[in-house]
Ligand binder design. Structure first.
Ligand code: PBE
Length: 300
């Protein structure tokens, strides 16, 4: 009787061991499959605000590569939250993102290669004003024309408030101005101060645009202007500028991001050229993902 129980015990034990080993093997197998088709479990690209340059070119990219993924509209903060959640759980995720952006210093991220170039290579952020601004507010026009800074400058402002909800973009811009007096002096040199004039700048609620727009607004205030800052969707901002309802904006990423809007409105707006060069947009993933190219994503 005792022996029999022992035999049954050993039998059950060995079944347990083989089940355990089988389990290990199938786990290993799954991992291999995941490695090979790392892009295959992606069925979504987390986007930002509909009507943004980013979403327009992201949709063109999904079409150009015939991707079998849903481009989900969202917002910059919601997209960043999704990215942070995925990173916390080491899950796969693809987002539309761009440089400069503070998330690149916070997390290990990479741009997926874009062999078709539909998301653009190097982008410049152009300043645009309405027709007539030069004559009606020459000092503001001159400052907007002179405003030029580097990726590192924008990053410095953006990281002060992007990572810290207690800091307002305006405060971050004030700090940057205090630390970069030389640059600011070079923009305002020779410009006549004004009294009692108001200018209105439109911006979109993105950290990059909040940075530049707040810096420029503060410098215009130094010159004596009252500055109204109006948050608008990108398409509405272009439309308003074309009608002369706003005076200027610092939101147009070119040659690719805002190209469709510029094409539509180019005759009704004045392009003052880049305020920043060497920006980039793309599909971005955490470094731990094994895919490297948009071509590794599932196609239809
Ligand atoms: N962005 C951020 C904007 C400009 C800045 C890249 C999302 C866009 O062009 O859509």
């Amino acid at each position: 009787m005792k022996l029999r129980l022992k035999m049954i015990g050993i039998f059950l034990f060995s079944i347990g061991v083989s089940l355990f080993l089988a389990g290990c093997q199938s786990n290993g197998g799954d991992e291999n499959t995941t490695e090979k088709n790392a892009g295959a479990d992606i069925d979504e690209i987390v986007g930002i605000e509909p009507g943004s340059g980013t979403m327009n070119i992201a949709q063109e990219t999904v079409d150009a590569y015939n991707l079998d993924v849903e481009l989900t509209p969202s917002s910059e903060p919601a997209m960043v939250t999704e990215l942070e959640k995925a990173i916390e759980n080491k899950e796969p995720i693809v987002v539309t993102l761009w440089q400069p952006h503070w998330t690149f210093s916070e997390y290990d991220l990479k741009f997926l290669e874009d062999p078709k170039g539909t998301l653009g290579e190097s982008e410049n952020i152009h300043t645009m004003v309405r027709h007539g601004l030069k004559d009606e507010h020459p000092s503001a026009y001159q400052l907007l024309d002179n405003f030029y800074w580097e990726v590192a400058d924008m990053n410095a402002v953006m990281s002060k408030f992007g990572q810290n909800e207690d800091v307002e973009p305006r405060e971050a811009a004030e700090e940057w101005i205090a630390d970069n007096r030389d640059k600011v002096e070079s923009w305002i040199e020779g410009i006549e101060p004004v009294e009692g004039e108001t200018v209105e700048l439109a911006y979109v609620n993105w950290d990059t645009e909040l940075s530049s727009t707040n810096v420029v607004a503060l410098v215009l205030e130094e010159l004596g202007y009252t500055v109204e800052l109006t948050p608008l969707d990108m398409g509405i901002a272009f439309q308003s500028l074309s009608k002369g309802e706003i005076d200027g904006m610092l939101i147009a990423w070119l040659p690719v991001g805002a190209a469709s809007y510029v094409e539509q409105y180019k005759d009704e707006i004045v392009d003052l050229g880049p305020s920043l060069e060497g920006a980039q947009q793309g599909f971005v993933v955490p470094e731990y993902m094994s895919i490297d190219s948009i071509e590794d994503l599932p196609t239809k």
